[in-house]
Write a protein that binds this ligand. Structure first.
Ligand code: F6R
Length: 610
């Protein structure tokens, strides 16, 4: 969703801001802008549409400055218009960018209007600009005005502000939305995401909730929520620049699909090196906590939720512990059953998803004692708020549709399952060794599945002509059917639904006719014969079958039945391998339809609002 970048330097920061905004594009946005202090003027350029259009406008005006801020906006309050795009300016004197939502913006607006402030936008953000300006008018310096203003706000924000009254200062504040400071040499930065400033520095300070910061060219001073000066740790980011570049691929999604063997190998590396599944994979104190728990409650959204659904099959079958999985946005608003001894596991690629974060807080308020986060972004909000953490090592995921994050989540959840199974006496040494062996082979099996790309691309040409598709699977393959349908609808805009195959005759069979492609995820497991009966039900109604089977499953093609074989059956890990073909099917279908694969319409990478 929205992204922030700011810079103060003794060189022209406009290229830094624009490059930063381009690095933030993957998060999803619908307008972009920059503002800078030039002499005794605050100058600004904003455009709806792509950063490139805003860049062209900035170039046309020969913008150049040593202090500036930039923003990509994903509309919440107010439509996608230039007037609503950030930065917002107050009285030509101060410019501000904002991520998050201010809940009391209406009351603030009324108060400021009574003081004579005129509003040019429908946003909640503009009130903050005027509020800070108002405090400056009362004699406060920029930082003090920011600190006074944020005390009057309720809601979530990451803010960066520049003022022509203080051209040596860039100030910023954080509450509920991520914000970091980048430390350069003789220049400093602020950003909502480290990728925005990696071109300039890897040394970063992650601001804490309630922090404000005064950034000059040569210094950074952080204050906590009580405005007391505090020291915050300096981190060196290990996000690789290569992960932010497209390389030889056409889209980030394609690149990220192909990175999966490496991403999974990295995620399981510690277990492989340890020759087993030590509880320390989940943190130093994990063993005593994971021994005490008597069940698991998984909370997540979207694709991460489907990873959770897969894990439930593993956890209940392998550990004997009860496991519930719930969509975070539902859980957070219902009077849910809470057993303090059930471990709350949140799954989130970004670590910023608001619903998941709020569900985690809510679970705690209901009495849950122990929490574990599976996350791909180090130091993001959800792992920071969790007791135990396991970072997936997928690397930066830029494509909006999640791919390598999902399969690495599965790898992490499988490891959690075996750790729990061992600690609860359900996994013997021999079984542990066998699971490790299966996991070690996983990157190779995923690579084999990737080699099916040409065959899948040929199917995609036909899918591209369809309006609807059904995805079916049973047991461990049902969540993969859900993931396949989600990927297809997200990036190709074809309506796709997924069902457990056994549910067909309870309703969805009515949809099946000769125009309906039906995808079956059909690994060679104990449910295969049942799945074959479900295929017959579809065929008998004229539906065309597209079957992802295993090499060893003795399946034959016939009229209306197309089969692509993934490598030999990979047992309990088959959902990971069968994810690859459904990702490739969605990708090539979208490619054939000419959609914006990496930035599908209406979607954002990190969903930081409700
Ligand atoms: C689908 C997709 C989304 C995310 C969901 C949760 O391709 O990417 O459904 O999975 O928004 O995001 P995270 O995992 O960042 O919490």
């Amino acid at each position: 969703m929205c992204g922030i970048v700011g810079a103060i330097a003794d060189r022209d920061v406009v290229p830094v801001l624009i490059e930063g905004l381009k690095r933030l594009e993957y998060r999803g946005y619908d307008s972009a802008g920059i503002a800078m202090v030039v002499g005794d003027e605050v100058r600004r350029v904003r455009r709806t549409g792509r950063v490139a259009e805003m860049e062209a406008a900035a170039q046309a005006e020969h913008f150049s400055a040593t202090l500036g801020i930039g923003h990509t906006r994903w509309a919440t309050h107010g439509g996608v218009t230039e007037a609503n795009a950030h930065p917002h300016i107050s009285h030509g004197a101060l410019a501000l960018v904002h991520n998050g939502i201010i809940e009391n913006h209406e009351a603030q607006r009324e108060k400021l209007a009574a003081l004579g402030y005129v509003f040019e936008s429908q946003t909640d953000t503009e009130v903050i600009a005027h509020l800070i300006h108002h405090h400056q008018q009362q004699g406060l310096d920029l930082l003090a005005a920011l600190q006074a203003a944020v005390k009057e706000l309720t809601g979530a924000y990451a803010l960066a502000v520049v003022s022509k009254a203080e051209p040596q200062h860039l100030v910023a504040a954080r509450m509920g939305c991520p914000l970091l400071v980048g430390l350069g040499i003789g220049e400093n930065f602020v950003a909502s995401d480290v990728s925005a400033i990696l071109q300039a520095t890897r040394r970063v300070i992650f601001l804490e909730e309630g922090d404000t910061v005064d950034v000059t060219r040569t210094g950074v001073t952080v204050f906590d929520a009580t405005d007391s000066r505090v020291e915050r740790k300096v981190h060196v980011s290990d996000v690789s620049l290569a992960s932010l570049e497209l390389g030889p691929y056409r889209h980030f999604m394609q690149k990220e699909i192909h990175e999966q063997p490496r991403a999974i190998a990295d995620t399981i590396e510690a277990a492989v090196d340890a020759g087993g599944f030590p509880a320390t994979l989940f943190g130093k104190n994990a063993e005593s906590i994971l021994r005490q728990i008597t069940g698991v409650q998984i909370l997540a959204c979207g694709t991460s939720y489907y990873a959770g659904l897969t894990a439930r099959y593993w956890i209940e079958a392998i550990t004997g512990l009860p496991c519930s999985v719930e969509i975070a946005s539902e859980y957070r608003y219902r009077a849910a059953y809470a057993n303090p001894k059930h471990l709350v596991v949140t799954i989130s690629q970004s670590g910023e998803t608001l619903d998941t974060m709020e569900a985690l807080k809510y679970a705690r308020s209901l009495g849950h004692l122990h929490t574990l986060s599976i996350c791909n972004v180090p130091e993001s909000a959800i792992p920071r708020a969790s007791e135990l953490v396991c970072y997936t090592r997928a690397g930066a995921e830029i494509g909006v549709a999640s791919t390598k994050a999902f399969t690495t989540q599965l790898a992490a959840l499988f490891q959690l399952t075996v750790v729990l199974g061992r600690l609860h006496g359900k996994v013997s040494d021999q079984e542990e060794a066998q699971y490790l062996e299966e996991l070690r082979h996983l990157p190779g099996s995923v690579q084999h599945a990737l080699n099916l790309e040409p065959q899948i691309a040929a199917w995609a040409e036909r899918f591209a002509l369809k309006q609807n598709a059904l995805f079916l699977g049973r047991g461990l393959s049902y969540p993969i059917a859900l993931e396949g349908a989600l990927k297809l609808k997200e990036i190709s805009y074809i309506h796709a639904e997924a069902y457990p195959a056994g549910e067909l005759k309870h309703g969805p069979l009515a949809l099946v006719d000769a125009t309906m492609p039906v995808v079956f995820i059909a690994p060679n497991d104990r449910l295969l014969e049942k799945v074959k009966s479900n295929m017959q039900e579809v065929r008998a109604r004229g539906g065309e079958l597209f079957v992802f089977a295993d090499q060893d499953s003795h399946f034959s093609e016939s009229a209306g039945v197309h089969v692509i074989r993934t490598p030999r059956h990979t047992g309990v890990l088959s959902p990971v391998v069968h994810t690859i073909p459904v990702q490739l099917l969605a990708y090539h279908t979208a490619l054939a339809r000419g959609t914006d694969v990496d930035k599908p319409r209406n979607l954002a990478k990190a969903v930081t609002v409700e």
